[in-house]
Design a protein around this ligand. Structure first.
Ligand SMILES: Nc1nc2c(c(=O)[nH]1)N[C@H]1C(S)=C(S)[C@@H](COP(=O)(O)O)O[C@H]1N2
Ligand SMILES: [Mo]
Length: 339
């Protein structure tokens, strides 16, 4: 049994009628949907995650939804050149698996929010960069994404709920964006904020959560080469359910730190308080560095369940990136680096 984030069961057996009802009116009909990434045995999804009521037709329909729109103006940037320095110890998770097993609470608290997330409007999309910088500015995503060369990196992702996936992300190091922002010497943290639009994202009408989604890292963490701004995945612009048009990925930290659909980046002196920390500080801390020996208050973090295969494997310190990132935390007790 997988663990779930606060107040929610995993809802593994929710019928997929949810996504059918939420299909936007412009969605193409099922027989037009020709998902290009159908390279997996669908029965594996059905069995592996107990989604017994999920039909192949429903899956194909929701996979096709994202392609019903106008062509993405950044599509020419993909595939981005692969950075061979980033290798995996396990296969890449099939696109359709992690494209249908998401945490994006703006679009609902279940894992099957992919269809509902197609309501996310990603153009125009501007990113506000401010706080302790030389000159605050706003930049259109379509301009930003052409300012910094894109690369493809294979990364591991470990959710605090004890499941993991591997993704071929494309994007650029966060440090390149920091350089563009020109922070002042007094900036100690970088604070990220997701959009706030309850009409577009119906999950934001759920007043249990302190919207908008916020996350933060230290300026040193932001300068680490592993900290990555994701703009693409699977050799095309990143899908809406994964946090289009741009999201963060910090592979050595629990997944909730990797904020999606970023609208605002601020350089600040005070440590930012993320949405999960604001909601439940005893369970979700600022550092959130993956550590098999520090249990979540309600479950063990010793093992993780690999998406697709369902295999249980040992969790690794810093999610396997200790050689790269441990130096960021010298002198700090690894056990306290969860909170
Ligand atoms: N804005 C926003 N960002 C978010 C979340 C969210 O609910 N809203 N969920 C987080 C969690 S808990 C995880 S595990 C990852 C999931 O990313 P994926 O759905 O692309 O696998 O996104 C993170 N970023
Ligand atoms: Mo997560």
């Amino acid at each position: 049994m997988l663990a779930a984030m606060p107040g929610h069961s995993l809802q593994r057996n929710v019928p997929m009628t949810f996504s059918i009802h939420r299909r936007p009116s412009w969605a193409i009909s099922e027989n037009q949907a020709t998902p290009e990434g159908v390279y997996l045995d669908r029965r594996r999804i059905l069995q592996g995650f107990g989604l017994g009521m999920l039909t192949a037709a429903t899956l194909a329909a929701s996979a096709g939804v994202g392609r019903a729109q106008d062509a993405d103006p950044t599509a020419d940037l993909y595939p981005a050149k692969k950075n061979e320095a980033y290798k995996l110890d396990r296969p890449v998770t099939p696109e359709e698996i992690n494209g249908h097993y998401n945490n994006f609470y703006e679009f609902g608290t279940a894992k099957d929010i992919a269809a509902n997330a197609q309501n996310l409007v990603i153009r125009p999309w501007e990113i506000e960069i401010g706080g302790l910088v030389e000159t605050p500015f706003t930049i259109a995503f379509d301009d930003l994404v052409r300012k910094i060369p894109l690369e493809t990196r294979l990364y591991r992702h470990r959710c605090v709920e004890a499941w993991s996936m591997t993704v071929p992300w494309a994007g650029f190091p966060l440090k390149s964006l920091v350089a563009l922002a020109k922070p002042q010497a007094s900036a100690k943290f970088v604070r990220f904020e997701t959009f706030l639009d309850p009409e577009m994202a119906d999950g934001q009408n759920d007043f249990l959560y302190p919207w908008p989604y916020i996350e933060g890292v230290t300026i040193e963490e932001a300068g680490h080469d592993l900290a990555f701004i994701v703009t693409g995945a699977y050799d095309k612009p990143v899908a809406k359910q994964h946090g289009a048009p741009l999201r963060l990925h910090l592979p050595w930290k629990y997944g909730f730190k990797s904020i999606k659909s970023i609208r605002k980046i601020s350089f600040v002196e005070e440590r930012p308080i993320g949405l999960w920390e604001a909601l439940q500080p005893s369970e979700y801390g600022f550092w959130a560095n993956v550590n098999p020996e520090v249990p979540h208050p309600r479950w063990s973090q010793a093992m993780e369940r690999v998406l697709d295969t369902g295999e249980l494997v040992p969790t690794q310190l810093f999610n396997g990136y200790a050689a790269e990132v441990a130096g960021l935390y010298t002198g700090m007790d690894p056990a306290t680096l969860y909170m």
